[in-house]
Design a protein around this ligand. Sequence first.
Ligand SMILES: Cc1ncc(COP(=O)(O)O)c(C=O)c1O
Length: 434
Amino acid sequence: MEPLAQQSPLSDAIRKHKEFLFPAVATYYAEPVALVKGEGEYVWDDQGNRYLDCFGGVLTVSVGHANPTINAAIIEQTNKIAHTSALYANPNQSDLAEKLAEITPGELKKSFFTSSGTEADDTAIMAAKLATGRNEIVVLRHSYSGRSATALSAVGHSNWRPLSAQVPGIVHARAPYCYRCPYNMTPDNCGAACADDVRDVIETTTTGEIAAFMAEPILGVGGFIVPPKGYFERVYEITRKHGGLCISDEVQTGWGRTGDKWFGIEQWNVTPDIMTSAKGMANGVPIGWTIATPEVADKFPGLTFATFGGNPVSTAAALAVIKMIEDDDLRTNARIVGDYLREKLEELKEKYSIIGDVRGMGLMQGIELVKDRQTKEPAADAVLKVFEQTKREGVLIGKGGLYGNVIRTGMMLNSTKDNVDELVQALDAGFAIC
Ligand SMILES: Cc1ncc(COP(=O)(O)O)c(C=O)c1O
């Protein structure tokens, strides 16, 4: 593809963004992009440039931009009634809750809806504390859970924590970060040794009686960190031995993203007591969701309320997204197209020594860049170069990792191998200039 025209001067949207938004609302790229239109896998900026969107607004546009089926469900519901509040039942919320009880693993049955992943995680932590009568929560370093006082206190990245911990009792165990294994082991010989850190953290930094362990099945913002086999089995066993509940944060890994299964935790042969999600659940319409076993949910006392929770429009969108994932077998597609992408990324790794690690599952694939494969010194500058070049090639990607040196791709669940080829060609051009 021909390199795209440079954006100059700044568009009105970008100028006003810089002038009127908190500077902390940082944008990607030296010259930020203002998006004005989306269709399927593609988006357009306000200069008329088209891009293949391989990040979907952080794994949120799950079945394509402006998807006609999802939009029809949203429009139909908006024209009927757009808001009820949780003080009244509405058919979409009830149908969605019933469907979620059916597709979630184990005994998960009762849902609480909100508007974001942050609120979903807050609700999960609150529910665990109320159900157990305990206060301490174990989370992982390199994890991300949002920006409320509780969620922020659980985040395992200093750069996403503008304030120190606001909520006491949240402790951080080591991440199962195999590429940077703290024990200098490899996934095939470690026996998931890092899982024992959860036990050590409980025994040394808590009362020993925790309310819950909360983790993402693959650490998203952390740079798509994939735990070794056996990790979750061991950690869930340790957690339960200490009387804690197990919470799976599926904000990024839900809805077939990891391939074949509805939820990421199902890849690890364990069953959580509480699960959360948001992002891809409604293809970009704001939604947050917490589901728990009746045993946990029924111990949430008194009244609780979220004005937009279970909103008929966002739940209509979620119902339509889930139906589409089912009807079009997108969980299988995520595995097949994801495997193809992985194969291509491994080929790039053979070609470019700057690629230290390629990892992920399904359509959640990341590339960690290093200055040297021996020292593994993070190459965040190279990520920025790849960003600028892939943008010139007409492809949008994401990044993450504590050191900002991991390229993240979160292609739509209905992406094709042709889309993968387009992405890989752009990445190739990016790595070539590093
Ligand atoms: C795993 C995970 N949990 C929670 C959140 C918070 O979600 P939100 O930004 O919708 O509040 C995020 C956001 O990126 C996330 O990745």
